[in-house]
Design a protein around this ligand. Structure first.
Ligand code: UDP
Ligand code: MG
Length: 339
């Protein structure tokens, strides 16, 4: 606890407001450093005031306690405490729903995205751009597998998707109010925020930056979550896998047709047709495989439709801390537990 720090002055309402949205999940090892880097960054802002919105995405460690401690002394710090872990993309959505800024910046809590880059983002925003996203030129400290799978994924996604989604770009970005309001109007449950921002349009520009290593702690994206995230990206932004399953089925049918002609030929013109068993097995297994793939793809889409139809709220908030209202007007959460 930093006893020397004085109570920060409340926002100057005559200035434009910048909202920083920072999702955190079990980040006790980095959060103190993040708080100091972010508050330092905010003190350097000229002509802007800042609100800093942390989303505690159901952390099981001391993350929330540390955040509360700082929020008690700094009125710029606000906390959205989720009732459980809802995932990074939903955390970011809750932050944008509650943000009041003229511009909103999404930034990770692990300091992989340097806060200083936001100054350049603000410059571009002042120059008239609505979205300024950071494109990673280097990703030190991440495994070769992670770097290459991410590279491959962004390229595949772009081939499949109906909207162009910038390559090697994460969620580190600045968005103007119209973009944030457009995102707030998008109700879907499977959220792939960076794709949704591309879909909205307006004037968007990239700025290259060097991604730093995680300050401390481990990545909260194990392979399982990464695959889920990649599937969400592809299935939410493209129906091409459905068309591909038709093409795959046609290819299989075409190959099977050759096999059928061969089998009939053997049956009519030779005596050795019993030996066709191998070919038969291959055809059956191949067709079985193709059918399962197609059913699987269909299943993924149907699962998503089911999820949408249930119409559940996107997230449940246990407490909004430091906000002017007990529950911000655009919150998608049901009743917040009043303390
Ligand atoms: N995060 C979150 N909920 C989750 C997983 C991650 O809020 O379920 C946060 C995490 O605390 C971090 C950001 O999302 O601020 C990015 O996660 P991480 O750094 O682990 O991902 P990576 O950079 O390895 O892709
Ligand atoms: Mg990270």
């Amino acid at each position: 606890m930093v006893l020397t720090s004085e109570l920060q002055p409340a926002e100057d309402t005559s200035l434009e407001l910048l909202s920083l949205v920072i999702p955190c999940y079990n980040e006790e090892q980095v959060i103190t450093e993040t708080l100091s880097r972010i508050t330092h960054f905010c003190s350097e802002l000229t002509g802007l005031t800042a609100e800093i919105i942390f989303i505690d995405d159901g952390s099981k460690d001391q993350t929330q306690a540390i955040l509360r401690d700082h929020a008690a002394r700094d009125p710029r710090i606000k906390i959205i405490c989720f009732a459980r872990n809802f995932g990074h993309q939903i955390a970011v959505t809750a932050g944008m729903d509650a943000a009041r800024g003229d511009a909103v910046v999404l930034i990770d809590a692990d300091l992989q995205d340097p806060p200083e880059v936001i100054h350049q983002m603000i410059e571009q925003w002042r120059a008239g751009y609505d979205v300024v996203y950071g494109t990673r030129t280097k990703r030190p400290g991440e495994s070769i597998f992670k770097r290459n799978s991410a590279r491959g994924f962004y390229r595949l996604l772009n081939k499949l998707s109906d909207v162009p989604i910038p390559l090697d770009t994460g969620d580190f970005r600045l968005m103007s109010r119209p973009i944030v309001d457009s995102l707030k109007a998008m109700p879907e449950r499977d959220r792939f925020v960076r794709g949704m921002v591309s879909w909205v349009g307006f004037k968007q520009i990239s700025i290259p930056y060097k991604r730093a290593e995680r300050f401390a702690g481990k990545s909260k994206y194990p392979l399982r979550k990464m695959l889920r995230f990649a599937t969400d990206g592809i299935l939410s932004f493209s129906t091409k896998p459905l068309q591909m399953s038709i093409a795959l089925g046609m290819l299989a049918a075409f190959i099977a047709m050759g096999g059928i002609i061969y089998a009939i030929g053997m049956r009519i013109f030779t005596d050795i047709w019993v030996e066709g068993w191998t070919a038969l097995m291959i055809a059956v297994l191949f067709l079985g495989g193709v059918q399962l793939i197609c059913v699987g793809i269909l299943g993924e889409y149907i699962g998503r439709i089911y999820n949408e139809v249930k119409q559940r709220p996107l997230y449940v908030v246990e407490e909004y801390l430091g906000f002017a209202d007990e529950q911000p007007a655009h919150s998608r959460s049901p009743v917040v537990k009043h303390k």
